[in-house]
Design a protein around this ligand. Sequence first.
Ligand code: ATP
Ligand code: MG
Length: 241
Amino acid sequence: MTAVNALELRDLRAGYDKATVLWDLTLDVPTGSIAALLGPNGAGKTTLMRTIAGLLRPSAGSVTLAGTDVTRASPHKRAQHGLCMVPEGRGIFRNLSVQENLRIQAPPWVPEADAVEKAIKAFPVLGRRGRQAAGSLSGGEQQMLAMARAFMADWKVVLLDEVSIGLAPRIVDEIYDAVRGLAGSDVALLIVEQYVGRVLGLADVVFLLDHGAATYSGPASGVDEERLTAGYFGESPAGVP
Ligand SMILES: Nc1ncnc2c1ncn2[C@@H]1O[C@H](COP(=O)(O)OP(=O)(O)OP(=O)(O)O)[C@@H](O)[C@H]1O
Ligand SMILES: [Mg+2]
C-alpha cells in the first residue's frame, strides 16, 4: 500500500553543535505532490533538507519516509528507502568526464547503463557532452549534471535545493521542464527556490520557514505571492524571472 504521506516530519529539532536552527517542525508532504519550501536566507531550508537526508542528526523529533521511520537511518539507508537529495551548489567532480559523473551518481540497485540513459533522457545535452570534463560544462549544464540522480530511479521523495541559482531564465525553464516531467509519477518533490513565482506555479503545498519555524503550511493557493515577496524577501529579486 502506498503511504498517504511520502514524508512526515514530527517535532523535528536540529542544528549545529549547540545552536538549534530548526524548532520542532511538523510537516507532511503528500505522496506524489510538489511542495515548495520557502523562507529568507538563513531560515533553515538547507538545514532541514540535510536533516531529512540524514546528513544532520536531529536532537528531537522524527522523520518518516513513505511510512518508515528513518530518524536513526544513515543517508545511504534513506536513499534505499527512496530519498534523493540534490544539494545546494553543484556537487559534481569537475575533473571527471560527464559520463563518469553520471556513473558515480547511479544508485547501486539500478543497472548503471539504465541510470545513465534515464538521466540523458531528462537532459539530452549530457549525452552529447559525455566525454567532456564536467568542469568545462556551462553553468546550466553543470546544474543538469548535478540533478541527474533525481531521474535515475523511482524515488519516493526528491529534495531540490536552489537548483536554478545563478542561471539564465532560458536555462531555468529547461530545468523546470525536467522537474515537471519528474513529477506526475508517485514521487513527491520538496523544492527550495529563490524564484518564488516559478515554484508557486508548480507547487501543491507550501511551507514557509522563518527562523527555523514553520509560519505557513498549507495549499499553494493560500499564499499571496506579493505579500510573500515583500514580507520575506524584502527588495530581493524573488519572483523574477
Ligand atoms: N555548518 C554550519 N555550522 C553552523 N551553523 C550553520 C551551518 N550551516 C548553516 N548554519 C546556520 O544555520 C542557519 C540556517 O542556515 P541554512 O543554510 O539552513 O539556511 P537557508 O534557509 O538554507 O539559507 P539560504 O537561503 O541562504 O540558503 C543560519 O543561521 C546558518 O548560519
Ligand atoms: Mg540554503
